[in-house]
Write a protein that binds this ligand. Structure first.
Ligand SMILES: CNc1nc2cc3nc(NC)[nH]c3cc2c(=O)[nH]1
Length: 373
């Protein structure tokens, strides 16, 4: 265990990179996928099960935890790691994105955002300073700047104005974060789909200086093609020697395309949330277990998968427990999806290290082209 936060790049293959982020709570192998643990739990998963899927780090949500049970209560109980029994690294988001998508009655000013809780309607305020305090109370290892993520489509002036606000908030986040060895503060690049605004944002963030840099403002409805067009240039504006984190991504082919374009970290609710709705990701594509065609199928979800769902249960059984709304359905499908997402990450780390990423990517896409899985 290191006492400091550091990022070591081990290999590159084209723009793709593989390396390790060292933190006092453990190492994070990159490219890394972060399961989302919104309310201090990765839904339907025990912490040791999350680890068993291959996750080195998980994500916590400031918005949810500040409302319930509150950051102060988690701090009094020893911090988020102890509270949720996950002693490895945790990255917490800064709350702004979820305020804009979940809270009621929001007011945005230069100072920050005031809003009403979606839980009980109580009034709250988030500012860069308050977000840093909340994330410190939670004890997270990687803290995100407080930013504003504009909803797309938005006109260029709105995007520019929002990005420049986020850069002023990044300055305030840095100042409020203070000197915390072993902890990292990541800046968040904004600028929509405008290349010059993305470059202006990156320059502003580099002038402030962060331990890592996120590409924000994407996966907000722009579609994969527009996202990839932006990722063809945006990561390159960021420092080569620091982790690059693409927020909120994504489907398996989004993840592969992002790593191919120089992204090192990602998070997404997709594998866990879709597991609860019966959607299963496999190397041959996606299936939904609630479909009647699975009712008598004795095969596992994926013959080649080593997760508990695939080792011990048939599609027929998984169809049955999903239809019966049994709790084990969410447990098994979430575990399988998270396991598969981590398999993709492990495969890419190995391929980049071996210089065979192009072949790995071709095989990844070929495997998914099959029809009825
Ligand atoms: C915490 N700040 C912050 N979070 C985000 C979360 C996202 N989640 C998605 N798609 C699911 N896009 C995102 C963008 C941002 C973003 O620009 N900023």
């Amino acid at each position: 265990m290191s006492e400091r936060f550091s990022f070591d790049l081990h290999a590159r293959d084209g723009k793709a990179r593989t390396g390790v982020i060292q933190t006092p709570r453990g190492a994070v192998r990159t490219p890394a996928f972060m399961p989302v643990g919104t309310a201090a739990t990765v839904k339907a998963m025990m912490p040791e099960s999350v680890r068993a899927t291959g996750a080195d780090i998980l994500l916590g949500n400031t918005y949810h935890l500040m409302l319930r049970p509150t950051a102060e209560r988690i701090d009094r109980l020893g911090g988020l790691h102890k509270f949720m029994n996950w002693e490895r690294p945790i990255l917490t988001d800064s709350g702004g994105f979820q305020v804009m998508s979940l809270a009621g009655l929001r007011k945005l000013t230069e100072k920050g955002v005031t809003f009403k809780s979606h839980i009980d309607g109580s009034k709250h305020e988030l500012t860069p300073e308050r977000s840093m305090e909340i994330q410190r109370l939670l004890g997270s290892d990687i803290v995100m700047c407080f930013d504003e993520c504009p909803a797309l489509p938005a006109d260029r002036d709105r995007i520019a104005e929002s990005m420049r606000l986020s850069m002023r908030w990044a300055e305030r986040s840095r100042a409020a974060f203070g000197d915390r060895p072993g902890h990292a503060l990541f800046g968040i690049m904004q600028g929509g789909l405008e290349q010059d605004l993305r470059e202006e944002s990156a320059e502003a963030l580099k002038a402030i200086g962060f331990e890592g840099y996120a590409v924000g403002g994407l996966a907000v409805g722009e579609g994969q093609e527009a996202m990839f067009d932006c990722l063809d240039y945006a990561p390159g504006f960021l420092p080569e020697d620091k982790p690059r984190y693409l927020m909120g991504v994504g489907k398996p082919d989004d993840i592969v395309g992002a790593v191919k374009r120089g992204i090192d970290m990602m998070d997404c609710v997709l594998p866990s949330r879709s597991g609860r709705t019966g959607q299963v990701f496999t190397r041959h594509g996606v299936l939904n277990i609630k479909n009647a065609r699975h009712i008598d199928d004795p095969r596992p979800l994926d013959e080649a998968c080593t997760c508990p769902a695939c080792r011990n249960f048939s599609r027929a059984y998984l169809h049955h427990v999903f239809r019966s709304q049994e709790i084990i359905s969410s447990m098994l499908l979430t575990w399988h999806n998270l396991h598969y997402f981590q398999e993709i990450m492990a495969g890419m780390r190995e391929a980049i290290a071996a210089g065979t990423f192009a072949a790995w990517e071709a095989d990844f896409h070929a495997g998914r082209a099959q029809g009825d899985i």
